[in-house]
Design a protein around this ligand. Structure first.
Ligand code: ADP
Ligand code: NI
Length: 213
């Protein structure tokens, strides 16, 4: 399915991405990247496998929460040069794909290439189900947000800036994002997984509020 040149490039990118994310404490650890790559690979049918896998490995590299860069285009170009990557003339497609991944509070949606849709679906799936719940509370913990504090219950998020920065209850992330993901997923095989993970989120969410009393 992949040529030897494509495989060689994937290997270099894998090592680079592993070195960047190995110490991450925001829930974007290298295992998250690996899961997104694995799911993306499973979802490929007629798409360009090399482009999809490249986007999957690099989708969180220039995320503003992790790695604030002035220009993603420049940061991407400098990484390509430094690592001596030969992206086989597909640089633009890959960069555009990377830039189109991310929920952003649902405020900034862009049209995605078929390859980017696969990665988006894989990334959304990893924010759902058991892993998704763990990542939600872990992320909130690293930001100093409480699990649930009645005082913070009225915080309203109505723009991307607030979505990124406002202190609020971790459980609210279910309403803001996690419970909305099922309806954003486009790939049929990913939709099937999403239905199952969504059911689990709902059950957890219900029990959470039962136990809050
Ligand atoms: P992704 O890796 O899908 O691009 P994000 O970068 O938005 O997702 O966030 C990383 C992880 O942290 C995801 O599982 C996401 O749901 C979770 N997360 C993001 N923002 C918050 C928040 N305000 N509270 C709790 N969890 C969050
Ligand atoms: Ni991600």
């Amino acid at each position: 399915m992949l040529t030897s040149k494509e495989n060689k490039c994937i290997q270099i990118v894998r090592h680079y991405v592993e070195s960047v994310f190995i110490d991450d404490e925001t829930g974007h650890d290298y295992e998250h990247i690996k899961r997104v790559v694995t799911l993306t690979t499973r979802f490929i049918t007629n798409e360009d496998a090399f482009v999809a896998i490249m986007i999957a490995y690099m989708h969180d590299l220039f995320d503003d929460k992790l790695n604030k860069v002035d220009s993603i285009e420049e940061a991407f170009a400098s990484m390509v040069k430094k690592e001596g990557l030969d992206l086989l003339g597909k640089d633009k497609e890959i960069l555009k794909g990377i830039m189109s991944i991310g929920f952003r509070g649902g405020f900034n949606t862009v049209k995605q290439s078929p390859e980017a849709v696969l990665v988006s679906d894989a990334d959304y799936l990893d924010a759902m189900g058991a892993i998704g719940i763990a990542r939600c509370f872990y992320y909130a913990g690293t930001k100093g947000h409480p699990i649930y504090d009645a005082q913070l219950d009225s915080v309203v998020i109505d723009n991307e800036q607030a979505y990124r920065n406002e202190k609020r209850n971790a459980i609210r992330h279910f309403d803001e994002k996690l419970l909305k993901l099922k309806d954003r997923i486009q790939t049929p095989s990913a939709q099937e997984m999403a239905n199952d993970r969504h059911q689990f989120l709902l059950e957890y969410y219900q029990r959470f509020w039962d136990e809050v009393l």
